[in-house]
Ligand binder design. Sequence first.
Ligand code: OSB
Ligand code: MG
Length: 367
Amino acid sequence: MRVESVVAHEVALPLVRPFRTSFSTEHERHVLLLEVTTDEGVGWGECVSSPDPLYSHEFNAAALLVLRDHLVPRVMGKDIEAEDVPGLIKPVRGHPMARGALEMGVLDAHLKNAGQSWGSYFGSNREWVDCGVSVGIPVDDSIDTLVTEVQGYLDAGYRRIKLKIQPGWDLEPTRVIRELIGGMRLQVDANQAYSRDSIDHLCALDEFDLLLIEQPIHEEDYLGHKLLAERMQTPVCLDESVLSRDNAESLIDYGACEIVNIKAGRVGGYIEAKKIHDMALHRGIPVWCGGMEETGLGRAANVAIASLPGFTLPGDTSASSRFYKQDVTEPFVMEDGRLRVPDGPGLGRTPIPDVLTALTVATTPLS
Ligand code: OSB
Ligand code: MG
C-alpha cells in the first residue's frame, strides 16, 4: 500500500463532567484525529496526547510537529505494508502517542480495505468485553459527590470501579466506596503521586481488597515500585512506566510490577501493545486495557484489543457516555456492563462527517 496524505483534525469534546486526576483537571478533551489517505482508502488514527504534557511528556503541539517533520515523511509515498510502519519510524526517538496514531491510521485503512476487523487481525477470542470505569477526584473534594457519581456507574451496570487517588484523597474514599459496592471489583490509580517514603501509608490500602494499585510512584522509580510490591499485599500494576514490550518484561523480571496496564498510545501503537500482551500471557502476568478518554475511534481499537485472551481483568473500556454526550463516531453503548467488540472492517467505526466538522477546532495537513 501507499500513504498519499495525512491530515490532523483537532477536535474539542466537552466532558460530561470534569475529570480530575493527581496531575490535572480537564473540562474538555482536545484530541488529534489523523485522517490517513492511502491507495487502499482512508483510515483513522487517534493520538491520545493532550494539550499539556502532564500525564507524560507528550503534548498535542509536539505531536503535530514530530508527525509532520519526522514520522509522516518516513512512510509517505513508499510501497509498504501496514506492519512496516513501526520499523520505518523506529529511528525517531520517543513520541509513542504520535507514532501510535500514524500506525493506527495506516492499519485502519489497510484492514478496512481488506474487510478484516481490528479484533480478528489481533487475535480476539471474545465478542464482548467487561466494562470498568475510571472515577476522578471530585472537584469539590466531597465524598458525597464521589458516592453519587459511583452510584450512577453502578446503576449503569459497570463491572469494575477504579478510583483516582492522591495524597489526602486515598484511604477514606476507598473505604467509603468499598462499603458502597460490597464485593465488586475495585482498584485505585495514583498517576505517580506518591514516593518511596509513602510505602507504609500505601500498605494501609491492603484492607480494602483491591484488584491492584496502579502507578503509585514516579514512572522512573523502579526500585520504589519493587520495594512497594515486596511490602504490599495488593498487586502493583504499572501504567506510565511501561513503554515497550522489552521494558515491560524488564519491569516484571525486576519485580517492579505484577500486573500491566496496556495502553497502545503509551507504547507506540497496537502492534507493540499486542507484543506486550503476548509476552505477559506467556508468563502468566495479567493485563488489562487502559484508556485515554478515547473517542469512538480509539475506543473501538481498545475494545477490540481488550478481547484478546490475556486481558483477564476489566479495562477502562467504558461506554462513550462516560465522557461524552456526543462522540465523533457511533457511540459505544454498554449492555449489561459489557461492550460488543466491533466486527466491521478495520476499527468498525468512522467519524460521522457532520459531527467531525462541528467539533473540529483546527485542521493541519501533515504531508
Ligand atoms: O492513568 O489511566 C490513566 C485518563 C487520562 C490519562 C491517564 C489515565 C486516564 C484514566 C481514564 O484513568 C481512562 C479512561 O477511561 O479512558
Ligand atoms: Mg493510569
